[in-house]
Design a protein around this ligand. Sequence first.
Ligand code: BGC
Length: 741
Amino acid sequence: MKRIVLSLVALFVTAIVVASSPERTIRPIYLDPDAPIEERVEDALSRMTLREKIAIIHAQSKFSSPGVPRLGIAELWCTDGPHGIRPEVLWDEWEQARWTNDSCTAYPALTCLAATWNREIADLYGVSIGEEARYREKDILLGPGVNIYRTPYCGRNFEYMGEDPYLASEMVVPYIQGVQRQGVAACVKHYALNNEELYRHQVDVDLSDRALYEIYLPAFKAAVTKGGAWSIMGSYNKYRGTYACHNDRLLNQILKSEWGFDGVVVSDWGGTHSTIEAIRNGLDLEFGSWTDGLREGASNAYDMYYMAMPYLDLIESGEVGTEELDDKVRRVLRITFRTAMNPYKPYGAMCSEAHTEAARRIGEEGIVLLKNERNNLPIATDAKRILVVGENAVKMMTVGGGSSSLKVKHECSPLEGIERYYAGKAEVIWVRGYVGDITGDYNGVVTGQNLADDRSVEELISEAVALAKDADHVIFIGGLNKSDRQDAEGFDRVQYDLPYAQDELIEALAKATKHLSVVLVSGNAVAMPWLDDVESVVQTWYLGSEAGNALARILSGEVNPSGKLPFTFGYKLEDYPSHAEGMTFPNPDKVYYSEDIFVGYRGFEKRGIKPLFAFGHGLSYTEFEYSDIRLSKERIAKGETLQLSVTITNRGKRSGKEVIQLYIADKETSVARPVKELKGFEKVALEAGESKVVSFDISPEALSFYDDSGKGEWRSESGEFEVLVGSASDDIRLRKGFVLE
Ligand code: BGC
């Protein structure tokens, strides 16, 4: 008994000593990772001086903002984004820091991710890139991008997720969640209406509220409200006369008030133009204003940022108060505690085998088989001589294109992938075919490839044609590249046709062989005047580190293609709603989006224009049959959710994946509505002969439109609707009507 009493006394004494130890009593709440984040934020805020508050809302270097050294509050480090972790640059310049341990895995471009139509793959993407960001000790990943594909001329479409707001919304959410589970913030960009590049710093966009809410905002909204994004990047352009980086309507009214965003609004690099607007209109963290860094400023260029000394001066002179400042500081502290000062985040990993595999899998699922006549693909197993033609078979595509340019640990080119796959099975020969872009340098990252070739177009074509005659299969690999005025930031395209005389080359090859596969590497649609003359066309996007391996596995049939187009391919530029009716492009001044909500397939279908390849199109090496469509009810009340199911059967001889697409058509409406709109999709894997029942919920939102006639609200109208289920927007297999009462 005595022993028990003594032990209890000892325990009690120890507890008192521990509880009153110096660390315990003086540890402030903001440093306690287990305290609720809002308490940490308020505690830290209360300890900061005015100058410290000003300091943490703008950059201290090209990609970082200072923390509060005195209080042990960490710096924030950003990285591009969105396809891989950018190599380190110098403190104040875009030039390389020449580290030797900053090579990354390049994941396929976001157009490819969108083309997978697979939410699990989007999560895999987010986790993989998030792990690399984390390993490199980055806190904010500058991506993903979800600007809508309004025109095939926009140089930056390859970094975005296509033309449909529903598809982009569904794909962006798992990407963000995957990244943020690593303790790294996603920074969704470029908010909003950054739909062209050349004049992105000056173009002033206007459009109806209906187009804004139905087409251009949903993916950002989903990123915030469903994905829980911790940061968002303002775009360079203006919206209704004010720069998007400090635009009251976009940032205060919509993002922060309507959507309840509690994260940080980061300016695009150099996207801030006014201190007072930045203070009042919702910008939280300013980057890149003085791209020349220290050389440009007096003693410290960063002091000259709009949200640096000019802000302090306004406060000290009493012209503005500190209410807005405290809100910005709270947001920066919140993201700091969520990322840099989260001791529970995982450690991350760099260039792991799992990352290589992820890059390959994303590529394989995103490659789209556009055309395949007479079973030209997969390449016959008895093919002995395979001719590969074209610059894009060998050109490194991870370097170039703007801020998404990368320094990779490895990049398997299409030719390498094909050679590796066919080693010991068939002879693979490569010829140049055309000369496109021979440069290979972006901000000091060099590919080391020498692509110089002085031969004439005729010489190059005749060499390829001569070899094509004796080949069992000819694979042309061309398309666009990452040089200016192709698929690149800061510029827009200048022609819808393929550049570098590729059309002539393809025509000539088509005459020389009956087994031609055209493989297009691009992030944009192109004209295909030779389409009727070629057997197969494959759209491969920019696939990153595993490009060649992914492509070889599709061409050989090792993997059955299952990608679907995230945007419409038109026959010609004028077929696109944004280029019809003599619209100018690009726009140095004001632009009004007069095609309104009729972007992409919504516009093609409204005007009855047949696309070259429709939104959602993508073939497989097997055949899928759709049957037995069932609706839970034929009449529903407003606010009710409807259930739909269909049976899908693999009727072919091999396993494959199909994307079942669900569109809704509003048959009785008082406003102009699209012929149909995507409101659901599911990707299913099926063995040969297998059937599955796939179910969808059709929520009330799927029936509504944004009524901008009054105060602005989402609304649905009673009357007849139709649900359409199919394999592409132009390949509807089943339909069923219902009535909204
Ligand atoms: C781009 C952003 C990028 C930033 C930092 C800007 O020019 O528009 O997308 O994240 O630079 O590199």
